[in-house]
Design a binder for this molecule. Structure first.
Ligand SMILES: C[S@@+](CC[C@H](N)C(=O)[O-])C[C@H]1O[C@@H](n2cnc3c(N)ncnc32)[C@H](O)[C@@H]1O
Length: 318
């Protein structure tokens, strides 16, 4: 059974997501977001709960032999190792060069990555990537859970010629300076499709050509249940200039890696060729059209830890 502490953490996390979605449907996402970012006490209690939940319950499950839970952090680390250290990026570069020749596009750029790999972890909370030597991490969050994370609202941070960091706060990040950007359980926190798209567009400007954006989003349903939504994500990211190069439906989440094409037109070509009638420029989650269900959700309803199917049930999208 879930411990009392786990129930409390989980209920608090759920209540914050629910309240943000409700105020977003009432006031509009922009106003709701501004108000949300001013709730200092709520954000710091959320940070404390999230860190505890992630470092105790989730990690224990991911390391247990009986659970089928995949660690979102390990998935990202392993893919980065394959892509940068084992030079998987060359395979995708060659593919892009082939496509560009076939459509008469002049591509002169070459990837140039750093060692250690420069990683921007957005919505980091407690900096889970800090322990990996292969990365030079900048971790940012609305409300850091510890001092290795910079305070920063990614939706409102400036992009310029250098990072501007003062008093553990990032107000500007350098364009095209990161090899990899991670959105681990970030997008479903953000209350509208437009704001989620704005976050992905920002990532596009910050990542180097040929660099990657890793997105993990929780979903305990079977692979087909939300497949149309996930295809829309792929379509939208392609329009922005990101090619999806890895997709895995793990038991409790979708794990995706997107490569910033050496030329935007290469990724956009995929969107053009594979567009299906239901695909739209949108990054939705099931709750966007389901606020009534949410309102009825009983936040005192506890998750049953006996059932591994309930993993990540704290987060939206499930
Ligand atoms: C569900 S938690 C995930 C934490 C961590 N990435 C993990 O996987 O354990 C989402 C985090 O994203 C942060 N966040 C949401 N929107 C953000 C934004 N616009 N800028 C920075 N952080 C944001 C929240 O404060 C929260 O800590």
């Amino acid at each position: 059974m879930a411990s009392e502490e786990h129930k409390k953490l989980s209920d608090y996390i759920k209540s914050v997501h629910l309240s943000l979605r409700k105020s977003s449907s009432k006031l509009g996402a922009d106003t709701a977001w501004q108000e949300h970012c001013c709730k200092v006490d709520t954000l710091s209690k959320y940070a404390e709960c999230m860190q505890k939940l992630a470092t105790t319950h989730w990690e224990t499950n991911c390391n247990s032999d009986t659970s089928e839970a995949t660690s979102r952090i390990k998935w990202a680390v392993e893919f980065c190792h394959e892509y940068f250290n084992n030079q998987l990026y060359k395979k995708y570069r060659d593919k892009e060069l082939e496509i560009s020749q076939s459509i008469g596009l002049q591509v002169e750029l070459e990837e140039s990555f750093s060692e250690p790999i420069k990683l921007l972890d957005v919505g980091s909370c407690y900096n889970p990537f800090k322990v990996y030597n292969m990365f030079d991490v900048i971790a940012i969050d609305l409300c850091p859970a510890n001092s290795s994370v910079l305070k920063c609202d990614f939706l409102n941070v400036a992009i310029g010629n250098c990072h501007i960091i003062k008093d553990l706060t990032a107000t500007q990040l350098q364009q095209e300076s990161f090899d990899v950007i991670t959105f681990c359980f970030l997008l479903e926190y953000i209350p509208s499709s437009e704001l989620r798209i704005a976050a992905c567009e920002k990532a596009y400007k910050l990542v180097k050509p040929g660099g990657i954006l890793i997105i993990n989003t929780p979903d305990s349903k079977h692979v087909g249940a939300n497949s149309k939504i996930m295809k829309c994500w792929r379509y939208t990211l392609a329009q922005i200039g990101f090619n999806r190069i890895k997709y895995e439906k793990a038991k409790f989440m979708h794990c995706m890696a997107f490569r910033k094409s050496l030329d935007k037109k290469i990724a956009q070509r995929w969107a053009l060729l594979y567009k299906e009638p239901y695909m739209e420029y949108a990054i939705h989650i099931p709750q966007d059209s389901n606020i009534l269900d949410d309102e009825e959700l009983d936040t005192t309803q506890h998750i049953d830890e006996d059932s591994v199917l309930d993993d990540f049930q704290e987060l939206p999208f499930n």
